[in-house]
Design a binder for this molecule. Structure first.
Ligand SMILES: [Zn+2]
Length: 245
């Protein structure tokens, strides 16, 4: 029963994250006005806004103008619900569940905005830092020993890479890594960086051999950090004995 509640909650939060993904880069308010079709501008009825189901029932098209609706919407909703459910399974209801749910939600918004617009908006970074500080303050004795150093070491390493490589990664990635570090602490932040390098490397290699992009093209790095955080949160205890040897 609890799983079902968390899954449905994930779908609802996911549909709010979609609003954030669409509106924040356009400088629009995320609470007002109510949702409307991006193509014809007509206001959506509650029946049109049921996560995933509306998309399926309407055949992925707007109910009014029949313009195609991006598949990103149901993907974000299902993805959020799946991640929340897996978090519940792994950590059961408690501080860690809420902390990681919030971190994942922030990362979903950041990654999709980064993929679409190649930017990581400062508003989300500020919300992320504040939320991270609040959650980490609960674990008082580790705040200065673990979480603050996590933010500084994590973003410091990316800053160094930005300076040395002059490209590839950008200022947004430095700030995003500060958010990840304050949530996860320095050990998990380092593991996240390490995994993101591997994922990014595999992806770059794949693009080069398929000649989709050349050496000079840039690819948004946020999604690799986001994916690496998910791997770290779920598998840290399994990876770390090997990782620190
Ligand atoms: Zn429409």
């Amino acid at each position: 029963m609890l799983y079902l509640i968390v899954f449905i909650l994930g779908l609802i939060v996911g549909s709010f994250l979609n609003v954030c993904i669409y509106r924040i880069p356009r400088g629009q308010s995320i609470v007002f006005p109510p949702s409307s079709c991006p193509s014809c501008g007509r206001r959506l009825k509650p029946l049109h806004m049921v996560p995933v189901l509306s998309f399926l029932l309407l055949g992925g098209k707007c109910a009014y103008c029949k313009e195609k609706i991006s598949a990103v919407y149901p993907i974000v909703e299902l993805g959020t619900a799946a991640l929340y459910t897996f978090l519940l399974y792994r950590f059961s209801i408690g501080m860690l569940f809420f902390k990681y749910s919030l971190l994942f939600s922030i990362l979903i918004v950041v990654c999709f905005i980064d993929m679409e617009n190649q930017i990581i908006p400062d508003e989300i970074i500020i919300v992320g830092l504040l939320a991270g500080i609040i959650f980490s303050s609960v674990d008082k004795q580790n705040l200065l020993r673990d979480y603050i150093p996590g933010a500084m070491i994590g973003s410091g390493i990316i800053l160094l890479i930005v300076i040395l490589s002059r490209g590839g990664m950008g200022g947004g990635d430095i700030k995003l890594m500060a958010v990840i570090g304050i949530f996860l602490g320095w050990r998990k932040a380092l593991l996240t960086l390490f995994i993101s390098f591997i994922l990014g490397g595999i992806f770059a290699f794949f693009l080069l051999i398929t000649r989709k992009k050349g050496m000079k093209d840039t690819v948004p790095y946020g999604p690799f950090l986001g994916a690496a955080v998910i791997v770290t949160v779920f598998y840290y205890p399994y990876i770390v004995p090997y990782y620190f040897k």
